[in-house]
Design a protein around this ligand. Sequence first.
Ligand code: C5P
Length: 274
Amino acid sequence: MEFAPAKINLTLHVTGRRADGYHLLDSLVVFADIGDYVGATNSDILSLAVEGPEGAGLAKEKDNLVLRAARLLKSGQSVALTLQKNLPTASGIGGGSADAAATLRLLARHWARPLPKSSDVLQLGADVPVCLSSTTARMQGIGEVLTAVPKLPDMALLLINPRQSVATPDIFKALENSHNTAMDDVPDCSSLDEFCRWLAHQRNDLQAPAIAVQPVISRVLEAISQNGALLSRMSGSGATCFGVFSDAATATKAAAKIADAHPTWWVKSARILV
Ligand code: C5P
């Protein structure tokens, strides 16, 4: 089984727009210790079985990113794939891209082939290159330019999705200004308070348009900040929001309280992979 960790955009600045309509981004991306799992066994034909608590919607799809990723590697052999879907779909934490990237890592190992280049996997989705490495990075371009950043301080996260799926193109369409300032350089600091002071001065430029499309997102952000978070923000194009907490115990306590008050929301505490 290959782990497909949830991707979280701690920042997401939209700094421009290309002639083809794609937006230029500047984003600090981290990965969580919760996610989906992809498995493979030898088979004569390529197939995919979707399991897990969030699998229902995907199981009906004829094609998906996992199958497209498998076809991209173009091997003479075939595999039966399984996807254990734990992350809500269309939720801004990379689910589909993380699954595609995990499939590429798994099958590259299975077939003893090199991993495809970042520029070749971009066609699967703008988040697939960063998900392929699944390590903290600054992501620029439309998602293909990745740079290492100083090691982040240890932090606990709370992830909440109000169970309203959000279509990424709709949020980019609702964005009024595509030419915003870039993210400041990520500081080299071991103190979480200092890191959060820096983070508070950065943004997710898709948050306001996402709230305009799905107003419940502002209730999620409120719930997170009222329950002890050092900072709350939306990830990607939403609707999942995160809270940064100083320790796992406070994050877990907040998760239990919010889940109790909002039984329909998807609520998880997590740690970032460092
Ligand atoms: O690449 P992905 O499938 O995640 O993108 C979904 C849609 O989001 C794109 O078709 C495009 O409309 C928009 N997008 C964008 N700029 C990016 C990434 C995505 O405009 N950098």
